[in-house]
Design a protein around this ligand. Structure first.
Ligand SMILES: [Zn+2]
Length: 273
């Protein structure tokens, strides 16, 4: 079984990830399986997209169509709930309060929330706390949410220099976790899934334009193909099913998403560095 770490860079466009200087993210896709044309859900807002990511269905099904939670989403189990019910250790680290509804209360072993603030480096603090916990407890499923690219996108505009710099800072925040795993000698116990919830254009997102809908989707781990560009169309709601498969858990029948098995290395393929 793989231990899994899901990392969301809020509102990171694939073309921005390619333009920005992101050595940690680059190392993950260069030695992992990836696509730059994964699809978010419509409307491309943060909560609908996260609900699809965790609950395995498009927004048209789960019914969360804005940044306000709707109990209709409970008809579709969250990967956090599925993993917890199977006895997996689940940990969540975030800075946006609405993400509390990614799972019903009592389904997460540790939930760390620190409200995002302009006058501090909230993402760096959250990422450091996540790294400390992952090293100490080695959860089966960890979710780390990085808010800055979305915040700066709204402020300075998508693809602006400040927005690209925000993605570079997210790369360094993720790098802290990767370096800590490597130093602890446990990096190869974890499979990472990195994506964004949606893109953006101008100073906003939410539309069905490709700039808003296309997202990067990167899988990197010991059983994953290396430097492999996926050809399967990947939907944001395939994320939950892919995590379930990595955790050796059955995919709930309620989900429309499927594991992106094209990313799996064949048993004979040498995936060592
Ligand atoms: Zn977002």
């Amino acid at each position: 079984m793989n231990k899994t770490i899901l990392v969301v860079l809020d509102a990171c466009r694939p073309d921005a990830l390619i333009q920005a200087h992101t050595p940690y993210l680059d190392s993950l896709w260069l030695t992992g399986a990836y696509t730059w044309t994964a699809q978010a859900t419509v409307p491309s807002y943060t909560l609908p997209c996260h609900m699809s990511m965790f609950r395995g269905v498009p927004a048209a099904k789960h019914g969360v169509t804005g940044n306000t939670y709707s109990p209709s989403a409970q008809a579709y189990p969250s990967i956090l709930e599925v993993a917890h019910a199977a006895g997996k250790h689940v940990a969540v680290f975030h800075s946006w309060e609405e993400l509390r509804d990614l799972a019903a209360p009592g389904n997460v072993d540790l939930s760390y929330y620190r409200a995002y603030r302009e006058d501090e480096d909230t993402d760096a603090i959250v990422a450091r706390i996540a790294a400390d916990y992952v090293i100490a407890r080695q959860p089966d499923l960890t979710f780390l949410y990085l808010a800055r690219p979305d915040y700066i996108g709204h402020l300075a505009g998508w693809m602006s220099p400040a927005y690209l710099a925000a993605i570079e800072q997210s790369d360094r925040d993720l790098g802290v976790l990767l370096e800590r795993l490597t130093i602890a000698g446990i990096r190869d116990r974890f499979t990472l899934l990195i994506l964004s919830d949606h893109g953006g254009h101008g100073h906003d997102h939410g539309s069905d334009l490709p700039e808003d809908l296309l997202i990067p989707w990167i899988l990197n781990g010991p059983s994953i193909r290396r430097g492999y560009a996926l050809t399967t169309p990947v939907r944001i709601y395939d994320t939950a099913a892919t995590l379930a498969a990595l955790l050796d858990l059955p995919v709930p029948p309620e989900w429309d998403g499927a594991p992106v098995r094209e990313a799996w290395a064949s048993p004979t393929e040498d995936t060592r560095p």
